[in-house]
Design a protein around this ligand. Structure first.
Ligand code: ADP
Ligand code: MG
Length: 390
């Protein structure tokens, strides 16, 4: 789960990190009020969307005064921000975070990440922080310093001190850096993060280190033990993903046009691969799982139908624990409530497959049945090209 910068800043404050004051604005009036509260400019207005690279894409804008801030907010609010990480659809900006813009001479990068290969947390830092950090990592990785944290003893002072030296921090900044790294490490562990990045971390005019941007990712598998994050989790960017989350379905939105309903993550991945191999693009990953109910299948099918990008639906079920006739009943129940305007390709195999196929063929519901996986993928891709029926 990604959280927004303004939420990350709140977490930093909760852990005692000094940050610049900031205001969350949903309207131009909010921006006016925020400017008043912050006092004089210059201000920085930052689009709150779950992506990095906002600065380069025009999502971080500087305003000399309130009037300019309002003009920028008018432009940013409700616009779509397309960054190097969002894909061409971009993300709609609903919130702008406004803070005082400060004079900065240097931009450090400080992050913590889970090193899955070594099964530990790693501190990462660089003196070449800022909007080009990805280039730095790709072209000059030696400019990124790493410290592996031993989980049983936590981040040690000497490790942060060593990194402070590598970054070339001033003597009187070292203590603050060690303190900051310690606080961030605690936050990272306690909140079950998989990534925490402060980029840039910049000294203000008095040399005090300030986090000017924060990106935090929480491990989804740990969300069950963080009731306090439930609210944040319901803010997924994609409306259908949000709905699916409420239903407890494993759903990930993708950028194609073939809606997929599959059981089992392995089969779901294989199905997506098959579609791509046949020249198609999946609109989503949806694993209805083993112990799914008829109602949940119906809800999942309705979700796929509600996606305006979807021009064909592919149902690929291998009945093991889940029974194919239950899947068929769920689909039929859904089609009683919503008109199906897209072609549907179905492959049912395994437990009660025969009964499931029988139910579907008797339902009068127009569908294409597929017997083998390869044909299934090809049929779905071809039908998706023909698209929506009137
Ligand atoms: P992103 O990483 O998504 O591009 P950032 O919040 O890091 O967005 O902003 C991009 C750049 O804008 C930063 O690297 C920094 O140079 C500048 N910046 C951000 N906030 C401020 C601020 N409060 N004062 C001065 N410069 C800032
Ligand atoms: Mg940044």
């Amino acid at each position: 789960m990604n959280i927004h910068e303004y939420q990350a800043m709140q977490w930093l404050q909760d852990y005692g990190v000094r940050t610049l004051p900031g205001f969350v604005c949903r309207t131009v009036d909010d921006v006016r009020a925020a400017c008043q509260q912050l006092g004089g400019g210059p201000y920085v207005l930052k689009a709150q969307v779950h992506t990095g690279g906002r600065g380069k894409a025009g999502g971080v804008r500087f305003a000399a005064d309130e009037a300019e801030a309002v003009t920028i907010a008018l432009h940013l609010l409700s616009s779509r921000l397309v960054t190097a990480q969002t894909g061409s659809a971009g993300l709609v900006v609903q919130i702008v975070y406004i803070r005082r813009a400060i004079d900065i001479n240097s931009e450090y990068y400080l992050g913590f990440a889970v090193d899955t290969q070594n099964g530990c947390v790693t501190l990462l830092a660089s003196a070449a922080g800022g909007v080009e950090i990805e280039q730095v990592a790709a072209k000059t990785p030696e400019m990124i310093y790493r410290e592996t944290v031993d989980e049983s003893i936590g981040l040690r002072q000497y490790q942060s001190r060593k990194v402070a030296g590598q970054l070339g921090l001033e003597k009187d900044q070292v203590g603050a850096f060690i303190d900051l790294a310690q606080k961030l490490y605690c936050l990272f562990v306690e909140k079950d993060c998989s990534l925490l990045e402060i980029n840039p971390l910049s000294p203000d005019s008095e040399g005090l280190l300030l986090p000017l941007d924060a990106k935090i990712k929480v491990d989804d598998n740990a969300l069950f033990r963080h009731d306090e994050m439930r609210q944040l989790n319901s803010q997924a960017d994609d409306a259908i993903e949000r709905e699916a989350g409420k239903l407890g379905l494993s759903y990930v939105a993708m950028d194609g046009n073939i809606g997929c309903m599959v059981n089992g993550a392995g089969l779901a991945m294989a199905t997506l691969d098959l579609l791509c191999q046949s020249g198609g693009r999946p609109a989503n990953f949806l694993d209805v799982g083993g112990g799914v109910s008829q109602e949940k299948v119906a809800a999942a099918f309705r979700l796929l139908l509600s996606d305006s990008r979807v021009t064909c639906i592919l149902i690929n079920i291998f009945g093991g624990i889940v029974q194919c006739d239950l899947i068929a009943r769920g689909i039929i129940a859904a089609t009683r409530e919503v008109t199906v305007k897209v072609p549907v390709v179905v492959r049912l195999e395994g437990t009660h497959a025969e009964a499931g196929r029988e139910l579907l063929s008797q339902s009068g519901f127009n569908l294409t049945t597929a017997d083998d996986l390869v044909t299934m993928g090809q049929q779905a891709v071809q039908l998706a090209k023909k698209g929506v029926m009137s």
